[in-house]
Structures are given as C-alpha cells and as structure tokens.
Design a protein around this ligand. Structure first.
Ligand code: XMP
Ligand code: MG
Length: 184
C-alpha cells in the first residue's frame, strides 16, 4: 500500500500530501511576511494541529517559538458544544506577545471562539488565527481567520492530524470518512 492509497474507511481523498505541502509552504511565506517585525508565538491546539504546526513552523523563516494547548469540547461524536475545558495550558506567559493560534479545522467555530477569548484575557499584544481547513458553518460565527489553508465541503474529514475516535491521525492525506465508519 502506498501512502496515497485509500484507507479502507476513507471514501475519497480530498487533499493529497502534495497539495497540503504546497499550501502549507505558501502559508509559511505569508506568515513570515506578516510577522517580520515581531515573530509570533505559535500556539498549536492539540492534538489535531500537531502535523500542521510541525510542517508550518519549518516554512516560517523567522525565529518563532511554539507552545501547545489541549482543550476538550464537550459534545458527542462529531459535533462540538462550545463548552470547553483546558486539558493542558500554555507553558508560556503571553503578556505583550503576538500570538498565532494554529488550528487543524474550524467547523462551528465554538471551540476557537472560546480559545480566542481565553487567550485575549491574558493581555497579549495580538491574537490571530491560522487554520488548515475551514468548513462552511464557520462563516456563521464572527471569527477573523487571517490565514486559511483550504475551505472544504461540509463532510467529516480525517488524516494529517484529524481523527475520529483517535484513529486516522497519521494518514498523510486528508480524506472524507465513509459514513459507515462513524455512528452518529
Ligand atoms: P468546532 O465546531 O468547535 O470544532 O469549530 C472544532 C473541532 O471539532 C473537530 N472537528 C473535526 N475533526 N474531522 C475531524 O477529524 C472533521 O471533519 C471535523 N470537524 C470538526 C476538531 O477536533 C476540531 O478541532
Ligand atoms: Mg482542533
């Protein structure tokens, strides 16, 4: 099996490894330009953003640093509720810093709205958003996404960090999960 063959639970490949790599490189260049006067702290949201942060960081030609947060959004299965709990907080003090939150995907935007408000309350100089993927519902919430990789259809996707029940994160591409692979 080569890396681009479908996993048996994946109905189609939405973004290939090469498409992701090309777009991440472009985002890295855009971010380097936008932050050339003051490099950002990249805040990756665990676990889904691990792949995008790792690849993006190597495409930003600036002395950036990285930190991580893990949050859990209460909700069942494939829907988030907007009620968020911090599982792992930042190590860094972000007072006066320029913060760039890096997300894997924005769907309802509820998780991210909460996170932005939480980080803003800590007195950073700025908080901006970079997401690899954005689903159509994300336009319904008032979040200013400065850097977006791809706008995708309203389907449940996995791979490149994105999971269902902790599976499929290590697929090198982003694929649409077969409905038979999830139950709600
Ligand atoms: P909200 O709705 O709060 O959701 O913007 C953000 C979180 O929900 C998960 N999510 C997905 N995970 N494929 C996934 O693997 C998807 O298509 C998907 N849509 C939402 C994800 O954890 C994200 O951070
Ligand atoms: Mg996420």
């Amino acid at each position: 099996m080569t890396s681009q063959d479908h996993h048996p639970d994946v109905q189609s490949i939405l973004l290939t490894e090469q498409q992701i790599a090309d777009r991440v490189a472009e985002l890295g260049r855009e971010i380097a330009e936008a932050y050339q006067d003051e490099p950002p702290l990249l805040v990756g949201v665990l676990k889904g953003a691990v792949m995008i942060v790792a690849d993006l960081a190597r495409r930003i030609d600036l002395p950036i640093d990285m930190d991580w947060m893990a949050v859990s959004s209460y909700g069942s299965g494939t829907k988030s509720s907007g009620v968020v709990r911090i599982i792992k907080d930042l190590n860094a003090d972000i007072t006066g810093r320029r913060v760039l939150i890096v997300e894997d995907i924005i769907d309802s935007g509820l998780t991210l709205s909460w996170l932005i408000a939480n980080l803003r309350s800590r007195g950073p100089k700025s908080v901006e958003i970079c997401t690899l993927l954005r689903k159509p519902d994300a336009v319904k919430v008032d979040i200013d996404v400065r850097f977006c990789g791809f706008d995708i259809p309203n389907e449940f996707v996995v791979g490149y960090g994105l999971d269902h029940a902790e599976q499929y994160r290590n697929l090198p591409y982003i694929g649409v999960l077969k409905p038979s692979a999830y139950t709600d």
